[in-house]
Design a protein around this ligand. Structure first.
Ligand code: AMP
Length: 222
């Protein structure tokens, strides 16, 4: 089972991916998380990625594609995976198709999360994340706050706000999304794997409902 999560920053990709990962027992692979781990560990890849990420820019395609290629060679992806945050450009989508084709694999579904633009910046600025990289739980100060402010419910570690979730960087990420990533949905619409759905507080659609719809869709497709 290969699932791709598309959507604007903080649209809920990571949260839905976690639910689908449990349902299908396949890893959720977040390109952003891999970059952040490398930044924390000060690897060569991390130092390079940081130059772009701090301003909300995309890491160049060649660096990102080779990082994902390496990750896809790991054993835990044998039975499938959920890609969260990759691909983010048409060039990355093409590179992924080539990688999968070589292994005789294909994408089962591309879940495109649509969230009203006005809600996106609010979601980004209210997002808080667990500092424990093995936990990475995601909270929202308004929509999904932790029980104790600033502390993760799951593991008790401190929560933090991502540097690129701060306002200037967040605005830039939204522009990059519109210009570079939104067209990727059109790329997948041509292959017929696209499943667009709304995840929005304003229309009262929650991550659990979206995950349920995706699971239903995949059952019907079988
Ligand atoms: P995310 O955690 O998915 O919001 O990603 C955080 C940041 O990591 C992005 O704003 C980019 O700077 C970088 N990044 C993550 N995935 C990609 C990708 N597929 N292509 C280029 N840059 C990426």
């Amino acid at each position: 089972m290969i699932i791709i999560m598309l959507g604007a920053p903080a649209s809920g990709k990571g949260s839905v991916a976690e639910l689908l990962s449990k349902e299908f027992n396949i890893p959720a692979i977040s390109s952003g998380d891999i970059f952040r781990k490398n930044i924390q560990e000060k690897t060569e890849l991390g130092l390079e990625a940081q130059k772009y990420m701090k301003d909300g820019k995309l890491v160049p395609d060649d660096i990102t594609v080779s990082m994902i290629k390496e990750r896809l060679e790991e054993k835990d992806t044998q039975n499938g995976m959920i890609l969260d945050g990759f691909p983010r450009t048409n060039a990355q989508a093409k590179a992924l198709d080539e990688m999968l084709e070589k292994d005789g694999k294909k994408i089962d579904i591309v879940v495109n999360l649509e969230t009203p633009e006005a809600e996106i910046l609010e979601r980004i600025s209210n997002r808080r994340i667990c500092t424990n990289t093995d936990c990475k739980a995601i909270y929202n100060l308004v929509l999904a706050p932790s029980k104790v402010p600033g502390i993760c419910d799951k593991c008790g570690s401190k929560l933090y706000q991502r540097e690129d979730d701060k306002v200037e960087s967040a605005k830039h990420r939204l522009e990059v999304y519109k210009k570079e990533t939104a067209p990727v949905a059109k790329y997948y619409a041509k292959t017929g794997a696209l499943f667009s759905t709304v995840l929005s507080q304003s229309v009262n659609r929650m991550k659990e409902e979206v995950a349920r719809d995706v699971i239903e869709y995949l059952k019907e497709e079988k």
